[in-house]
Design a protein around this ligand. Structure first.
Ligand SMILES: CC(C)(COP(=O)(O)OP(=O)(O)OC[C@H]1O[C@@H](n2cnc3c(N)ncnc32)[C@H](O)[C@@H]1OP(=O)(O)O)[C@@H](O)C(=O)NCCC(=O)NCCS
Length: 191
């Protein structure tokens, strides 16, 4: 029998239990996660890698966004936990989910900076790619990453993303225009 991928109101279904990686667990983002999440997004040393709009994000706007994703049929947001101690260390998301086109986009932030470069991002991405492929039956996952974010580019490459195209000098940061790399992952495709 075909596994049900969507609830009756057409929202993609979160798994009933944590998605288990080797170092991380992923679970649905909860209301109680928002204040930490907001602090991460407003931190200049983190939001330089994300949308610059997050700099001025308010608590009200974040709550509105959280309420929006509760009813969204196109977005799923997960909290990333350190599997060894249950600590909440970041978020990852699938956005613009289109089950007809079997397409979505990926976002990730490890907000606890002392967790950077310790394999948690790689592990969380591998888990969410497996979830998107197996549960949502997505075939193509895309993301945008600024060229100066070499750590993220390295991680995406390790996880199987390949450069699709370059948006030349389309991102202004630090008084300079930077390229944005569009990277793509093809589920079940070995390059
Ligand atoms: C990008 C991010 C998700 C990566 O997660 P992470 O847990 O820090 O990364 P990992 O430890 O899994 O892997 C980091 C890899 O990058 C390498 N790396 C680190 N800094 C690097 C740099 N400046 N240039 C090239 N490679 C670098 C590490 O050596 C490691 O590779 P290795 O495992 O082969 O040694 C995380 O750092 C993060 O959230 N950063 C801030 C927000 C962000 O950039 N989000 C992505 C927006 S597109």
């Amino acid at each position: 029998m075909l596994k049900r991928l969507r609830s009756r109101d057409n929202k993609p279904e979160y798994p009933g239990k944590n998605i288990e990686g080797e170092k991380t667990w992923l679970r649905k983002l909860e209301r109680g996660d928002l204040s930490k999440s907001l602090n991460w997004l407003k931190d200049p040393s983190i939001n330089m890698f994300l949308s610059q709009e997050f700099r001025d994000l308010t608590e009200e706007q974040e709550i509105k966004w959280y309420e929006y994703i509760q009813n969204s049929s196109r977005d799923m947001v997960f909290a990333i936990l350190d599997r060894s101690n249950g600590k909440y260390i970041g978020n990852c998301s699938l956005n613009k989910i289109d089950t007809e086109k079997r397409y979505c986009e990926l976002g990730i932030v490890i907000g606890e900076k002392d967790y950077w470069n310790r394999g948690f991002g790689t592990d969380a991405i591998n888990s969410i790619l497996e979830f998107a492929s197996s549960n949502l039956k997505v075939k193509t996952i895309r993301l945008n990453v600024y060229k100066y974010n070499q750590r993220a580019i390295k991680v995406y490459g390790k996880c199987g993303f390949r450069l699709k195209r370059i948006l030349r000098k389309d991102h202004l940061y630090g008084g300079k225009y930077w390229d944005t790399m569009v990277m793509e992952y093809r589920c079940g495709h070995s390059y």
